[in-house]
Design a protein. Structure first.
Length: 121
């Protein structure tokens, strides 16, 4: 793709918008600014900017044609050492399972309508 200054690459993808609190189409714009790239990600529904970053433009690597590699000989490759086998996991006994405390759920806060204020005398 042409990477002249002022060139904009626009892509859309499905992602989560923190402002909408839903999955939405997110628009990603890459503005070419010389050696820098400004990336702006916005939600297409609420039009809010989710992120705006500036980074160094990736330089296109020259494509080099590789010469066809000769088939490696089987003798040159060392054999991989076999991995040691792990012992099977031990099952918990009934006494150990019963000894574990169950996770406690925190108490729910009462609503402000039913909360009574304390009076100081």
């Amino acid at each position: 793709m042409n990477r002249r200054p002022g060139h904009v690459n626009v892509t859309t993808e499905v992602g989560f918008c923190n402002f909408c609190s839903r999955t939405r189409n997110l628009r990603s714009e890459e503005h070419q600014l010389g050696q820098l790239v400004r990336t702006i990600v916005t939600c297409e529904t609420c039009h809010r900017t989710l992120s705006s970053t500036i980074g160094v433009a990736a330089t296109p690597e020259p494509v080099e044609e590789e010469a066809p590699a000769a088939k490696p000989s089987l003798e040159a490759e060392p054999e991989a050492a076999p991995k040691p086998k792990r012992a099977p996991a031990k099952k918990q006994t009934k006494a150990a399972a019963a000894a574990k405390p169950k996770p406690r759920t925190p108490a729910k806060p009462r609503s402000t309508a039913t909360r009574h204020t304390t009076r100081k005398k």
